[in-house]
Design a binder for this molecule. Structure first.
Ligand SMILES: [Zn+2]
Length: 161
């Protein structure tokens, strides 16, 4: 999909770019991530996260983090991946994440990248080169990653055969 190629061609992994620099169709998806983030259940950490998987046909599948008091909740990425799976697991064009505290001052220099457990989910279910757009806490800049970059030397399903 052109969006994918545009992202890869225009942005370097890990560099910080303004959201304004994203292609129009990608910017249009950011609101979905921010709306998903507002649905998060995070009474213990107060850190709300939204994630969206945008498929090649343009479906936008979202998720938010859902905590439990025993620290065994689900990340936004995990929720989105589960929803994406149940929606048919269509190939993803790109993924967006947005995490920020619900109280206090957000830090524009902090980018909520997927945790270790989610990195394993990402390498198992998506192309290793799928763009992952991680927004900063003020949602006005981003850093680009890919599943393969975030989890090098991963243990893949094909390792079992
Ligand atoms: Zn996670």
């Amino acid at each position: 999909m052109s969006v994918c190629k545009n992202l890869k061609g225009s942005f370097k992994l890990t560099e910080v770019y303004p959201v304004e620099a994203l292609p129009m169709e990608v910017k249009a998806s950011i609101n979905s991530v921010l709306e998903a983030r507002k649905k998060a259940y995070a009474p213990y950490s107060g850190f709300l996260v939204g994630a969206a998987i945008i498929t090649e046909s343009g479906k936008v599948i979202t998720g938010s983090n859902n905590e439990t008091i025993n620290h065994d909740g689900y990340c936004a990425e995990a929720t989105a991946i589960g929803n994406w799976n149940d929606a048919g697991a269509e190939k993803a064009a790109y993924i967006i994440t947005a995490g920020a505290p619900n109280t206090g001052e957000p830090d524009a220099n902090e980018f909520a990248t997927p945790c270790g457990r989610c990195r394993q989910r990402l390498v198992e279910r998506f192309d290793l080169e799928t763009p992952i757009i991680c927004l900063n806490q003020t949602f006005d800049s981003f850093r680009l990653f890919t599943p393969g970059f975030l989890l090098p030397f991963a243990f893949y399903p094909k390792c079992l055969v």
